[in-house]
Write a protein that binds this ligand. Structure first.
Ligand code: GRF
Length: 204
């Protein structure tokens, strides 16, 4: 079976990116290679992580593109050039356009720090605290045209404590993110995932 070629998009620290790197390096994810890390932020720490692990770092400057669609078309082109067949959003702060969704239908995963469909968008952990939920968590899903909306691959619950702050809850959710994202990628790479409409079916 040919190796899955992974392309990652990140805007910031990239701790989820690091979790995927570790999972590939340790053999938890087999038969896959992270070919490129693309960032829209010039000094994103994720770019440093890529360099350290021999992964091509690529900064694509959004200011050089007039429309969001043009920017996405450029990224799609860069991914296609490198024969990428799985794209991971890992703290990527730009909105994705249909240009991207169409080019990689059910081949782009995102991780979100809440149990979707609750609390999509920014500051999901704060939204959960403000609402007063007793359980939150994280979701790995394929992207579609709507924000934090596509077919759900894995979710992990995290209890909310009465004394939680946005910071403490985010930290505990992030620990789970680092476990579930590699798991979802492994299932994809091993060919265990199929998608029917909104439903993701995982073969044993
Ligand atoms: C994570 O909480 C992820 O769920 C969200 O953005 C954050 C990225 O963190 N999409 P990191 O850059 O992976 O450390």
């Amino acid at each position: 079976m040919a190796k899955t070629r992974i392309g990652v998009l990140a805007s910031g620290c990239g701790s989820n990116f690091q979790a995927i790197i570790d999972a590939v390096e340790s053999g938890f994810i087999k038969n896959a290679e992270i070919a490129v890390l693309v960032s829209d932020v010039k000094d994103a720490f994720a770019l440093e992580r890529a360099k350290k692990h021999g992964i091509e770092p690529l900064f694509v400057n959004p200011k050089e593109f007039r429309k969001r669609e043009d920017y996405d078309a450029k990224i799609v082109e860069e991914f296609k050039k490198r024969k990428i067949n799985l794209v991971l959003l890992a703290g990527y702060m730009r909105l994705i356009t249909p240009v991207f969704v169409k080019a990689f239908k059910n081949k782009v995963m995102n991780i979100h720090p809440a149990i979707l469909p609750s609390f999509p968008g920014l500051h999901a952990q704060k939204q959960a605290l403000d609402y007063g939920v007793k359980v939150s968590g994280c979701t790995v899903h394929f992207i579609d045209e709507e924000v934090d909306h596509g077919p759900i691959i894995v979710q992990r619950a995290v209890p909310v404590r009465e004394d939680d702050t946005e910071e403490t809850l985010s930290k505990r959710i992030l620990e789970q993110e680092h476990l579930v994202y590699p798991l979802a990628v492994r299932m994809f790479v091993d060919g265990k995932i199929s998608v029917k409409g909104r439903l993701v079916i995982v073969k044993e």
